[in-house]
Ligand binder design. Structure first.
Ligand SMILES: CC(C)(COP(=O)(O)OP(=O)(O)OC[C@H]1O[C@@H](n2cnc3c(N)ncnc32)[C@H](O)[C@@H]1OP(=O)(O)O)[C@@H](O)C(=O)NCCC(=O)NCCS
Length: 194
């Protein structure tokens, strides 16, 4: 896992394009990927350095962020890469002081493994809601459930995770997918596709 670089944008573009036809991910212009590159983390294959997964953390307010654009190469799914990406992004959220993380997704069971729970509505005060309305970001509009983005969000589930103050105990408790809970797997690399 590592911070994304500008040279990764073409591969991130490819991962997004695998999922926009099915509407699992929101369409993104390439210029926005460059603009948002600091939000992205990527998983890199050890053999050839290929980007095999990506994900981003978009901070929306003092205690609130969104996980977005979490995608793993179709040929690499089911190997734990997606969970590592989410772990990394949640660590980032803790590091910047975020306490609640939102995701809008079809992958409900996958995110439930990390403690995300389904929610209805938009869990912010009317004052914060009014401030968020000033954003031009489509993801924020989806969080607000605005009419103009409803066609994008059809069939998705709104989920929220409350991060524990202590941090890593959450990941340890909710690690039912069989990997050891002790080692942080940041820095781990993955074999190239066969
Ligand atoms: C959701 C997604 C990121 C998961 O990535 P992944 O690398 O397959 O995730 P993991 O391997 O860490 O975990 C997948 C789970 O499915 C299980 N699984 C088994 N075989 C699988 C397969 N062939 N494909 C996918 N998952 C499989 C895994 O064991 C794991 O189960 P667990 O949650 O009980 O541990 C990936 O499916 C994807 O890119 N989906 C399209 C984009 C999307 O919906 N993103 C989320 C919205 S932001």
């Amino acid at each position: 896992m590592r911070q994304a670089r500008t040279t990764d944008v073409a591969e991130i573009r490819g991962l997004i394009d695998q999922n926009t036809g099915s509407r699992r991910l929101l369409e993104k212009h390439t210029v926005n990927l460059y603009e948002d590159i600091l939000e992205f983390t990527v998983a890199e294959a050890s053999a050839d350095g290929a980007v095999v997964g990506c994900g981003a953390l978009h901070v929306m307010w003092e205690d609130l962020a969104e996980l977005r654009t979490v995608a793993v190469d179709e040929r690499r799914r089911g190997a734990g890469i997606g969970h590592l990406i989410v772990d990394e992004l949640l660590d980032r959220a803790r590091a910047v002081g975020v306490r609640r993380v939102f995701v809008l997704t079809f992958a409900v069971e996958f995110f439930a493994r990390h403690g995300f729970r389904e929610i209805n509505g938009t869990p912010v005060s009317p004052e914060v809601y009014a401030e968020l309305l000033r954003s031009y970001d489509d993801g924020v509009a989806e969080f607000l459930d605005l009419d103009r983005v409803k066609p994008n969000t059809l069939g998705n589930t709104r989920m929220l995770l409350r991060l524990l103050a202590g941090g890593n105990s959450l990941r340890g408790r909710l690690r039912p997918w069989g990997r050891p809970s002790a080692p942080r797997q940041a820095g781990r690399r993955f074999p190239a596709a066969g």
